[in-house]
Write a protein that binds this ligand. Structure first.
Ligand code: KG4
Ligand code: ZN
Length: 338
């Protein structure tokens, strides 16, 4: 079964063909990063306009690279939530038109669930496992009981982890997008030059919650307070110290969640799952007997393959959408107690 997956929720225009949910025949990602760079952030109006201009070429490239024809496509899947509404609408309407003209099933996919599912395409992990979703818009620790069954344990109470990376990078003029730049600069930095605080959140029901806004403010406004007084205040040292603090906070919560749930498997996804320190810290859990998986780098950031991969599971269970389903900027799926 060939599923076409389309992803246009933010600034990546992507389409992929995945065979039987596992075999990625193509995964074309046309990034708009360079075009948003002058504004140091994604400009929603520009993003949707570029998706409109690019989408047919991106889908065509995915079909060609997969070595199939459009008539071979068995279903069309598309991200319809959450994200930038204008961008989502481009993908959703294109997908509807294509599915209608090919007379194949149409299915909409939750972007966040797809990030969480991405590692299952390449390295299937048995359920249940502890899911870690870390992206530009979300930071979630959850119990994943099935591809469609997720119990949220903790989330960020303010900024998402990727957002904190991006804002710190923007403040210090390190480059855009921030996560990749900070990751790269950190490799040559002293991560103890600044001992930034790990934010503490107390109270019942917040055991696994995380706050990144305090850390971000400390890095941006109170640098001197946490400086060791000797190391250089270099970009590399700031980046490395911030990255260490950001990852430490998350790892603390992950270790606690593993201990409390007794889960022995962990899987991460989302753009920040591409972070080299987070990957090595997660990998280190294997020494404690845990099984750890995360997607390859291309499947961490936004891509159509994760949409097609997850869609396959729903389609196998007979799930389809009708053409009345539309895009939605916000989700409710990733809130606690739902
Ligand atoms: O999943 P994604 O592509 O889009 C969202 O759904 O948000 O994630 C984008 C986020 C951005 O904040 C970006 O800075 C961050 O992922 N990111 C990274 C790395 N690569 C991307 N953060 C830290 N280290 C990285 N290597
Ligand atoms: Zn994403």
């Amino acid at each position: 079964m060939y599923v076409l997956g389309i992803e246009t929720s933010c600034d990546e225009c992507s389409a992929a063909i995945v065979e039987d949910g596992r075999n990625i025949l193509s995964n074309v990602v046309a990034t708009q990063i360079e075009l948003h760079k002058p504004y140091e952030g994604v400009v929603p109006e520009l993003a949707s306009r570029l998706h409109t201009e690019w989408i047919d070429q991106v889908v065509l490239a995915a079909i060609n690279q997969a070595g199939i024809t459009k008539e071979d496509i068995d279903a069309v899947a598309v991200t319809n939530r959450p994200g930038l509404l204008g961008s989502l609408l481009v993908g959703v309407n294109f997908a509807k038109g294509l599915a209608a003209s090919l007379d194949v099933p149409f299915i909409t996919i939750d972007h966040i669930r797809a990030h969480l599912y991405a590692s299952q395409i390449e390295n299937p992990q048995e359920y249940p496992y502890l899911g870690i979703l870390v992206s530009g818009g979300h930071t979630v620790i959850c119990k994943v009981k099935g591809y469609d069954e997720v119990e949220v344990m903790g989330t960020t109470i303010d900024d998402a982890i990727g957002e904190a990376f991006d804002k710190v990078a923007k403040h210090y003029g390190l480059g855009y997008p921030g996560g990749v730049v900070i990751d790269r600069l950190s490799k040559n930095g002293n991560n103890k030059a600044f001992l930034f605080p790990g934010p503490t959140i107390n109270g019942e029901g917040h055991e696994y919650d995380i706050s990144y806004s305090g850390l971000k403010t400390a890095v941006i406004n109170q640098l001197d307070k946490f400086w060791d007084g000797e190391s250089e205040k270099s970009q590399e040292n700031i980046a490395a110290s911030f990255q260490r603090a950001a990852v430490n906070v998350l790892m603390k919560r992950i270790r606690l969640a593993l201990k409390d749930t007794g889960l022995k498997r962990v899987s991460a996804g989302g753009g920040v799952a591409a972070n080299s320190l987070l990957r090595s810290e997660l990998k280190a859990l294997e020494k404690g007997g845990y099984s750890v998986t995360f997607p390859s780098l291309k499947l961490c950031t936004d891509n159509g393959a994760m949409i097609a991969g997850l869609a396959y599971r729903y389609l196998q269970d007979g799930v389809r959408d009708d053409f009345n389903v539309t895009a939605s900027a916000r989700v409710s799926a990733f809130k606690k107690n739902q």
